[in-house]
Structure formats: structure tokens, C-alpha cells
Design a protein around this ligand. Structure first.
Ligand code: IPM
Ligand code: MG
Length: 355
């Protein structure tokens, strides 16, 4: 089993190092190869996603990814910015299905900004379409406007776009995931305003007829954003487009108290996947040894489950994470009085010990 390890920037290197230690202790036959990506790759090779890194990722069964980005690259031309590395990997590997679970760990109920009773037991799965929508739609660009409200002035434009097959395949992922859970799918759209999302709603409804055992409802994205903080537990599987999914998954992650706890998987049609924490590179705390490695460690568990067919090993990692939380060990982001504050290294070592 070949794994491309791409730590990236900021806290990426610190947290991926701990996940690699955890994988090594499992004694599986894993072949791990590391490469530069994001700002780190730009510094070394002048490009955030060098050919060699892309090749390594394509040839691997799975990619373990840290995070990319730093404010210092904000002035670069868009194609050279670190974020293009993750977008390029998603597009080139066809990783259209992004699974972002938002699970509230019982010991961390107090870490959320919401009332404990609202989030205790929370277990939502956000499924975000990842290779279409306004992120990738053409045409896009800047120009001098020839029409509109202010002709002759500078304007910029992006194109929101979805095809029927793109919507069908992500809908199938959602319904199949719901079958393994509480059999409810909420499809989030903006069909009241956008043609793209009227098609989305129509196609999801059609696909839904093939899953009569799964209850489907539809919600406008603005309402969904509101319901997520009003009564999050009424959701089970949420399926939505790339842009709305980006926003709603950040919102959902904070319901659980810490974005530092949440893993994610991005899968293609052949179950090849990229696994990364839901959080970013956090340049403000990079190099301080205080980042929470648990989201990345849990992403490694998802990798074992979805791409490497090692369900038992995935469950062992998840159990080990629960053990260290039960031991009261907390990195800064999830610390509360009465618990023990630990560093990135100490948290990784504790998970290794628990295993
Ligand atoms: C995410 C991130 C990315 C996105 C950025 C880094 C390009 O916010 O994975 O959610 O917008 O998809
Ligand atoms: Mg995001």
C-alpha cells in the first residue's frame, strides 16, 4: 500500500509527523514517501504543485495531506499560490467526493460555543462536491465591462456550473453513506435563485427515487446555515456543492468545539483518496509545537478505512484517540480547566502509547 505523504506548510509538517508515527506503529505494510507541496514547494521549485509531487500522488493508493498556505504568499499570482496545490490535486486525481464528518466527542462538549445539550451526541456527515461549481467553472477572469451597470469599468467574473453526471455521482455517494447511518439526506441548494442549483435539486430528487429507504429533504443554503446552529442534531447526511460545502463544513466543524479534531476524506471513483485535517495551515501557531495532531491522525484512520481496506486498523486509531481524550490530555485548542495541556509531540506520543 503506497501512501504519498504531503505535509505542506505551517503546522502541516508538525501534525503529519505525528500521524506518520501512528501509522508506523500499526505494523501494516505501508510504503510512505514524502514530497513538498504548497508554499514549501514554491520556495524549493517555484511551483506549489511540482510535477514530481503530482506524479507521486497519482501513483499512490492514498495521499496523506497536511495543510497549505501562508499570508506571505497572498501577493503571488493566483496560479502560484499554495492553495492551487490542493485544488490541483483534487482536479487531477478526480477527487469529487469530500466527506467531512462533524462529530462531537463527549469529553469536548464544553469546548463548543454552543450549549452542551444542543451538540452532545452530534454526528453529522457533510458531503461536499469537490471538483465542480464556481471553484472550477469556466470562463472566469477580469476585464473591462462592456455592459452591465458600469460599462467601461473593471469587472471580475467566475462561473457557477454543474453538469447532470457530476450531480448524480455525488448524490449516489450521499445516499449510500446515509444507508450506513440514520438514512436521512439533506440536500442544500439555492434553487430559489440559481439555475445551477435548480438542476442540482432536480437531479438529487431523481437519484433519490433509487433509494426509497432514505428520506430526502431539501434546504436553501441560507436556511441550512441558520438551522446548523439552531438545532444541528436534526441533520444526518448533508450533501451540497463545492462553494456551499466549503462554508457549511467550516460552520459545522465549530459546532463540535474544535476544528482541530476533524478529519476529512476526498475520494475519486476508484476509491483513491486524499486525506487531510479539515483545518488549515494556521501560520500563527506554526513552529510552536502546540497544534492539535488529532484531526490528521483521524484522517489517517479514514485513509485506512476508505482507500486501504483496513477497517480494523482504522477503528484501533479512533479508539486510541478516545482513550487519550479520556486520559484528559488536551492540546491548547481543546484545553479546559481540569485537563492536562500537552504539546503536539506529547499528543502524538500518547496516541502511539494507547495503540
Ligand atoms: C478547504 C479549504 C480550501 C477550499 C482552500 C484552501 C482552497 O478552504 O479545503 O475547505 O476552499 O476548498
Ligand atoms: Mg474551507
Amino acid at each position: 500500500m503506497k501512501i504519498a505523504v504531503l505535509p505542506g506548510d505551517g503546522i502541516g509538517t508538525e501534525i503529519v509527523a505525528e500521524a506518520v508515527k501512528v501509522l508506523n506503529v500499526l505494523e501494516l505494510k505501508l510504503e510512505m514517501e514524502t514530497a513538498l507541496v504548497g508554499g514549501a514547494a514554491y520556495e524549493a521549485y517555484g511551483h506549489p504543485l511540482p510535477e514530481a509531487t503530482l506524479k507521486l500522488a497519482k501513483e499512490a493508493d492514498a495521499v496523506l495531506f497536511g495543510a497549505v498556505g501562508d499570508w506571505k504568499y497572498d501577493k503571488l499570482d493566483r496560479p502560484l499560490r499554495p492553495e492551487q496545490a490542493i485544488l490541483g490535486l483534487r482536479k487531477n486525481l478526480g477527487l469529487f467526493a469530500n466527506l467531512r464528518p462533524a462529530i462531537c466527542y463527549e469529553q469536548l462538549v464544553g469546548a463548543s460555543s454552543l450549549k452542551p445539550e444542543l451538540i452532545s451526541g452530534l454526528d453529522i456527515l457533510i458531503i461536499r462536491e469537490l471538483t465542480g461549481d464556481i471553484y472550477f467553472g469556466q470562463p472566469r477572469g477580469r476585464r473591462i465591462a462592456s455592459d452591465g451597470l458600469f460599462p467601461g469599468t473593471e469587472e471580475a467574473f467566475d462561473t457557477m456550473r454543474y453538469s447532470r453526471p457530476e450531480i448524480e455521482r455525488i448524490a449516489h455517494v450521499a445516499f449510500q453513506a446515509a444507508r450506513k447511518r440514520s438514512k436521512r439526506v439533506t440536500s442544500v441548494d439555492k434553487a430559489n435563485v440559481l439555475e445551477t442549483f435548480q438542476l442540482w435539486k432536480d437531479v438529487v430528487t431523481e437519484v433519490g427515487t433509487q433509494y426509497p429507504d432514505v428520506a430526502l429533504d431539501h434546504m436553501y443554503v441560507d436556511n441550512a446555515a441558520m438551522q446548523l446552529v439552531r438545532d444541528p442534531k436534526k441533520f444526518d447526511v448533508v450533501v451540497t456543492g463545492n462553494m456551499f460545502g466549503d462554508i457549511l463544513s467550516d460552520e459545522a466543524s465549530m459546532l463540535t468545539g474544535s476544528i482541530g479534531m476533524l478529519p476529512s476524506a476526498s475520494l475519486n471513483a476508484s476509491k483513491q483518496g486524499l486525506y487531510e485535517p479539515s483545518h488549515g495551515s494556521a501560520p500563527d501557531i506554526a513552529g510552536k509545537g502546540i497544534a492539535n495532531p488529532l484531526a490528521t491522525i483521524l484522517s489517517a484512520a479514514m485513509m485506512l478505512r476508505f482507500s486501504l481496506n483496513q477497517e480494523a486498523a482504522a477503528q484501533r486509531i479512533e479508539a486510541a484517540v478516545k482513550t487519550v481524550l479520556a486520559q484528559g490530555l488536551r492540546t491548547a485548542d481543546i484545553f479546559s480547566p481540569g485537563t492536562t495541556r500537552v504539546s503536539t509531540l506529547e499528543m502524538g506520543a500518547a496516541v502511539v502509547r494507547a495503540l
